[in-house]
Ligand binder design. Structure first.
Ligand SMILES: *Cc1c(COP(=O)(O)O)cnc(C)c1O
Length: 494
């Protein structure tokens, strides 16, 4: 990164629109050898541009450098530790990307006849089977495009189940440590939500459930591990209670990377759960790319799964089944986000059962290693143990004026992406840190060392922390304005 004095000399650091020079081009096209057509004239007049777009005129290296430079300003998982809690930005093996890029797989079209798609259908069917086995379900649908979409699907299944039994139920119980998408999905589905307070130690209790359980409760929705990074130890007991009242149990399994090989939700009485392939199974979350939120169900919800399902025929071939009279219908075009499925498939096949279990154990070990180290530096509200992520807060720094936001910004100066901040809401000034299984002890030690310096600075020279970040291309931004009034064009037009 250049210093402010040298920056103005580096013409390459100027925005690409400033580098534009009339007549310069990165393309060398052959001379036209067919009759010229005025393509614009083919468009209806109302849709035509009034003036040509002002594209920068630049050479090929200028364009390549522009995007490469932008990618370096950006923080990404290939550059450093990205401890974003609740979102699992883990480094994923490049072998999974390679598998998802095999031309024979990527060049398929979903409208090709089934007999030409046998390999793809086999992969989908097998992946469905692996996920069902991993989490203890009868079947899985791979259609949902994200975790929240999986929640929508799961709640539609729950609604269909109750309606099929001739009873509409209107309420869903949601603990205050649930992920924010859970209540949102309920509302979108027309359910009202009943909040459940968790215990002082951060757990959901059967007593809290009992207090509000009645025959209008369609389901309980339990994020597990919950957003405090804690395993809901009484989930089986709670499932029994809810089943006793005729309700169903939804588990938000977005963070299953804390449980693989150790706990099967289906075995604990969970009826329906979504996975986040783009957290647990080899696609990073939040990269702006597609996700996948498969939904696993127990036997009683199988008839309601979205169509089409992929079925294996007696002769070993695969076919799409569109004839499922109780199905909630189609959730999206085609069969789901195929590239994400391919990565998950490759990842599961590469690691195998033992490998997946080991990944979970390392993720939990790493989080607990951080928890033990952080306890000496910051307030850790749930200090006993955690699953795959740990929460600290700025509570002990009150007198210094340094806040969670300042700590997050200062971490950038040390080359770390900030953790999730101010979430979960139940912890004031939360820093939610998820190291994942792929970070080495050396990296974790560096992260702790950075936090130690930041905490020392907070006490001795708080301005250093409050004015961070200093090493980034841009300093501290007004995040509200950046989100509400983004300037998406060069020249500042909104
Ligand atoms: C990430 C996450 C979700 C939502 O998943 P998206 O793919 O972002 O829609 C839901 N619940 C939990 C616990 C999560 O961590």
């Amino acid at each position: 990164m250049s210093t402010p004095e040298t920056k103005s000399l580096l013409v390459q650091e100027a925005p690409i629109f400033v580098q534009s020079t009339p007549g310069r081009s990165g393309a060398s096209l052959p001379a036209l050898d067919v009759p010229a057509v005025d393509v614009a004239a083919l468009w209806p007049a109302a849709l035509r541009r009034e003036r040509l777009p002002e594209l920068p005129e630049v050479s090929e290296p200028e364009v390549v450098r522009h995007y490469t430079r932008a990618s370096l300003w950006n923080f990404h998982i290939d550059k450093g530790m990205y401890p974003l809690g609740s979102c699992t930005m883990k480094y994923n093996p490049k072998s999974a990307d390679a598998a998802a890029a095999i031309p024979g797989l990527t060049m398929l079209h979903p409208y090709q006849p089934e007999d030409q798609l046998q390999g793809a259908l086999a992969m989908i069917h097998e992946l469905e089977g692996y996920l069902a086995r991993i989490a203890g379900f009868a079947r899985v649908t791979l259609q949902p495009s994200a975790g929240a979409h999986g929640e929508l699907c799961g709640l539609m299944l729950i609604r269909a189940y109750h309606e099929d039994r001739g009873k509409r139920r209107s309420k869903v119980l949601i603990p205050d440590t649930a992920h924010g998408t859970n209540p949102a999905s309920c509302t979108v589905n027309g359910f009202s939500t009943v909040p459940l307070a968790t215990s002082e130690l951060g757990y959901l209790t059967p007593e809290a459930v009992k207090a509000v359980l009645d025959d209008d409760v369609a389901a309980i929705m339990i994020t597990n591990p919950n957003t405090l990074g804690l395993f809901e130890e009484r989930i089986a007991e709670i499932a029994e209670l809810v089943h006793g009242a005729g309700g169903l149990v939804y588990m938000d399994g977005a963070n299953l990377n804390a449980l693989l090989g150790r706990f099967r939700p289906g075995d604990a009485g969970v009826d329906v759960m979504h996975f986040n392939l783009h957290k647990t199974f080899a696609t990073p979350h939040g990269g702006g790319g597609p996700g996948s939120g498969p939904v696993g169900v127990g036997e009683k919800l199988v008839p309601f799964l979205p169509i089409p399902t992929v079925e294996k025929r007696a002769d070993g071939s695969y076919a799409l089944d569109q004839e499922r009279p109780k199905s909630i219908g189609r959730l999206r075009a085609f069969l789901g986000n195929y590239g994400v499925m391919l990565r998950a498939y490759a990842y599961i096949r590469e690691l195998g059962g033992e490998g997946l279990k080991q990944a979970t154990e390392m993720a939990v070990l790493n989080a607990n290693y951080l928890r033990a180290s952080l306890r000496e530096l910051l307030h850790v509200p749930f200090p006993d143990r955690c699953m795959h992520e740990v929460i600290a807060s700025d509570h002990d720094l009150k007198a210094t004026g340094v806040t969670t936001l300042d700590i997050a910004k200062r971490l950038m100066d040390y080359g770390f992406h900030p953790p999730t901040v101010y979430f979960p809401l139940v912890v004031h000034g939360a820093l939610m840190i998820e190291p994942t299984e792929t970070e080495t002890p050396q990296t974790l030690d560096c992260f702790v060392a950075a936090l130690r310096e930041i905490v020392d600075d907070a006490r001795q020279s708080p301005e250093r922390v409050k004015s961070a970040p200093q090493s980034t291309g841009l300093g501290r931004l007004n995040e509200t304005l950046a989100a509400r009034k983004p300037k998406l064009r060069f020249g500042g037009e909104e």
